[in-house]
Design a protein around this ligand. Structure first.
Ligand SMILES: Cc1cc2nc3c(=O)[nH]c(=O)nc-3n(C[C@H](O)[C@H](O)[C@H](O)COP(=O)(O)OP(=O)(O)OC[C@H]3O[C@@H](n4cnc5c(N)ncnc54)[C@H](O)[C@@H]3O)c2cc1C
Length: 500
């Protein structure tokens, strides 16, 4: 083990929250190290965000209205102080992004749950565009070092239980980086479910790291499902935007019958959770593996100017949405809970902070208002920046490894266990839960754990695929346990055996 590497602040994650924080710190003269486990910094959920980022900007709209919409969506489980703090600063955070070169389309958009137009966006590729712009800034900022292929597998603590560094998987020996503060900016955990809109690496690593270090996890039962993810053996996480239904596309079952009107008066425009559960029920009735989104009647102009991304994605998999319905399934989309933090983004462990999707900032409660998560990334990033000011006067030397060699190899045994965990989370802790299902799921996870331990004991060294398997297993168990404790349906958590 090499113990000579050092950076005053280590930010784990190169998504919007991590990049934003590193840029703010650099402006204040504070160097930081941004780590990403992926070969490319763009491999994030941020890159996939389509809709936009919410902030009040128009006459008629108000901070109070945005707060009210957020609290309504969160079903009474948001932290009102956190909601106020995050939403009040939204316009300023948009200005931060603009200062670094982000340009939004002229017209702010409107999305479900928002009572006014307040979604800043860039076509249907907002996340990718913001990320590209911030990454350009990061790469030309000398005070920020970005290391790719840096898979953090452990947080290091001293005898006083204070975080002093991170350990990175590397071959042949792991690397340690000493630091004064670690910020978890590791994003979500969609990959714990069989179907997800999330990127490949959304394996809840920050949840496992935080938990192992002694931080609290909160609200983990609240997973938001998106109704329409492309169903295709090769399309692992391709979202089909809700805006298509907004323009008149409708869901049909395998007998080509439109079914949403049987479930909700708003039919295909019912709230996300209701549409997701209706699809699941329809699939259960017929035994089919997916339903279909019929958008064949939409005018060419919409495909050419508004839904270029969806059109290209469908074509990639041999589907022409102009002439055939798109096969879709609901998928795990967003983690509302996470590592519990206070108003300064501090966890319960000294020197450990959390920002962005991995953090439980109090903004979402039982459900997330659309486009509030990119906002959470920048607002919590800003709050962490304020908290880290105390490092302004520390020594600025940084010493880092020049190159990392991660152990990325996997085996069929590990792939099978990955699949088993994800199926288990989906089947027993997915859209429709009950005590019986959750208990069954937890029993299965116990058995899978034995197999995981057995498989890992025969590995010559820990690989990233093996560590991610450990992480999704932990996340899955946490979600099912949290679901068991909450007996009533609320927000994204639906209990078929709700006693009320
Ligand atoms: C398809 C899709 C569409 C969306 N659309 C919107 C939208 O329109 N508006 C909105 O507000 N939100 C949207 N969201 C949600 C939003 O994109 C995310 O909540 C947000 O981007 C999360 O940013 P983040 O910085 O927290 O994490 P991410 O952007 O996911 O970045 C996580 C980073 O952590 C790194 N990491 C993780 N584990 C480790 C480890 N062990 N070691 C080292 N590095 C690690 C990863 O490599 C990555 O760099 C969408 C999400 C998806 C999936």
């Amino acid at each position: 083990m090499n113990k000579n590497y050092y950076s005053p602040i280590v930010i784990i994650g190169s998504g919007l929250s991590g990049l934003y924080l590193s840029l703010k710190l650099a402006e204040a003269g504070i160097p930081s190290l941004v780590l990403t486990k992926a070969p490319k910094a763009i491999q994030t959920n941020t890159w996939k965000a389509q809709g936009g980022i919410a902030a009040v900007s128009k006459p008629g709209d108000s901070i109070e209205a945005h707060i009210k919409d957020t609290l309504n969506t969160g079903n009474g489980l948001c932290n009102p102080d956190a909601v106020k703090r995050i939403i009040e600063q939204a316009p300023e955070r948009i200005m931060d992004l603009q200062k670094w070169g982000v340009r939004f389309d002229d017209h702010v958009g409107k999305e479900g749950g928002h009572s006014f137009r307040r979604i800043f966006h860039f076509q249907d590729q907002t996340g990718a565009y913001i990320h590209r712009t911030l990454l350009d800034q990061v790469l030309k900022t000398p005070l920020i070092k970005l290391l790719n292929n840096a898979f953090v597998s452990k947080l290091i603590k001293n005898d006083s239980k204070i975080i002093t560094g991170v350990e990175i998987l590397n071959h042949p020996s792991h690397i340690q980086i000493q630091t004064k503060a670690v910020v978890l900016a590791t994003g979500g955990c969609g990959k714990a479910f069989l179907y997800t809109s999330n990127w490949e690496g959304a394996t809840g690593d920050g949840l496992t790291l935080g938990h192992q270090a002694g931080a609290e996890l909160k609200n983990m039962e609240f997973i938001q499902f998106h109704p329409t993810c492309l169903y295709h053996p090769m399309a692992r996480n391709t979202l089909i935007t809700e805006a298509l239904r907004g323009e008149g596309a409708f869901l049909i079952n395998d007998e080509k019958v439109a079914f949403m009107k049987n479930y909700h008066q708003k039919a295909d425009l019912a709230p996300r959770d209701i549409v997701s559960r209706s699809i699941k029920l329809e699939m259960k009735k017929s035994g089919a593996e997916c339903v279909f989104l019929d958008a064949t009647h939409l005018p060419d102009e919409l495909w050419e100017h508004h839904f270029t991304g969806v059109f290209k994605n469908c074509q990639k998999f041999g589907i022409n949405p102009k002439s055939e319905p798109i096969p879709v399934v609901p998928s795990a989309h967003y983690q509302c809970g996470g590592v519990e933090v206070d108003e300064n983004q501090r966890t319960a462990i000294s020197n450990l902070f959390a920002i962005g999707e991995v953090s439980e900032s109090g903004l979402h409660g039982a459900n997330r208002l659309a486009s509030n998560s990119l906002l959470e990334c920048v607002s919590t990033g800003h709050q962490a920046f304020e908290s880290l000011q105390y490092l302004k006067s520390t020594k600025l030397e940084v010493s880092l490894p020049s190159k990392l060699t991660p152990s990325t190899e996997t085996s069929s045994e590990i792939s099978i266990l990955w699949d088993e965990v994800r199926r288990c989370t989906w089947n027993y802790g997915g859209l429709m839960r009950s005590e019986k299902l959750l208990l069954k799921g937890l029993r299965r996870l116990e058995l899978i754990k034995e197999d995981i331990e057995d498989t890992l004991s025969s590995l010559p060294h820990l690989t990233s695929a093996a560590q991610e398997l450990i992480n999704i297993h932990f996340v899955s168990t946490t979600i099912l346990k949290a679901g068991l404790l909450r007996e009533k349906s609320i927000g994204t958590h639906f209990r078929m055996d709700d006693p009320t």
